[in-house]
Design a protein around this ligand. Sequence first.
Ligand SMILES: Nc1ncnc2c1ncn2[C@@H]1O[C@H](COP(=O)(O)OP(=O)(O)OP(=O)(O)O)[C@@H](O)[C@H]1O
Ligand SMILES: [Mg+2]
Ligand SMILES: [Zn+2]
Length: 300
Amino acid sequence: MNVIIGKRLTVLRIVRCGTRSLSSRQEDVNARQKEMMKRGLPNISPIPGVKNILLVASGKGGVGKSTVAVNLACAMSAQKDKKIGLLDADVYGPSIPKLMNLRGNPRLTKDDKMIPLLNYDIPCMSMGFLIDEKAAVVWRGLMVMQGIQRLLRQVSWGELDVLVVDMPPGTGDIQLSIVQNVPVAGAVLVSTPQDIALSDVRRGAEMFNKVKIPVLGMIENMSHFTCPDCGAESKIFGSGRVKKLSKELNLDLIGNIPLDPELSEYSDKGVPIVISKPGSRQAREFMNIADEIWQRLPGA
Ligand SMILES: Nc1ncnc2c1ncn2[C@@H]1O[C@H](COP(=O)(O)OP(=O)(O)OP(=O)(O)O)[C@@H](O)[C@H]1O
Ligand SMILES: [Mg+2]
Ligand SMILES: [Zn+2]
């Protein structure tokens, strides 16, 4: 496995513990998690310096969580005199390094905490800064849990009003261990209009309900396409279904982001559209969503 050494000895340690007796320790972790769930007494403690934790989640992969997380963080940071940070909790497939145009290894504080990398005034942390992105794909159970623990506990954020967390896809152990570790102020759920996404998003909403985390709203991504020639709007993936689900789940639909090749293009270049084209319709949509979030975040 491609692991960074030298100053990043701590990362190496994660991998070595992981290989020692993976299966028995994994069983321990599973048993502990089951026990925690049963008793309903999760071991939650705050991240020092961080006032509010906001999750961008879905349940479904590839619906635009990372795109939303990045643009939302930039929009929230532009709107108020508040400090926003961005945590990439997707240890299998980190996207933040690319989307925020950041690479390299974090420096360490004297007490061995990692210092986030900074771009567009947003401090960011991602497993992609610590290991080769391709190496993450082969991670298994316990290593993933330890990686997440490190991202949650071993980062020196300074003072943050809001830490936006780009969640990994799914509603399994990884997601559960995150929400049972740190106090989450709220989550937003991203969905595309297709049926297959909707059922996963429903599962996501159920998970947050179970652990009593407020869902602040739903965001419909790739909701429509505007023809560049005639300006006609078409709902290529169908219409009304996300709205219907949000009503059913008693959640507000707080944004509709169009399917937009430009949005994807800028993301690929590492410049969020909120930064590269702040006056554009797409950027304004993210600004509106950020507004809605500010109103719904109880402590911000
Ligand atoms: N509104 C949009 N218009 C066009 N392309 C989009 C839009 N939203 C996201 N994309 C593109 O879709 C792809 C997936 O987006 P993204 O990585 O944000 O999804 P994700 O939910 O974080 O995926 P994963 O589950 O793999 O983490 C990316 O290539 C992104 O640029
Ligand atoms: Mg992602
Ligand atoms: Zn047309």
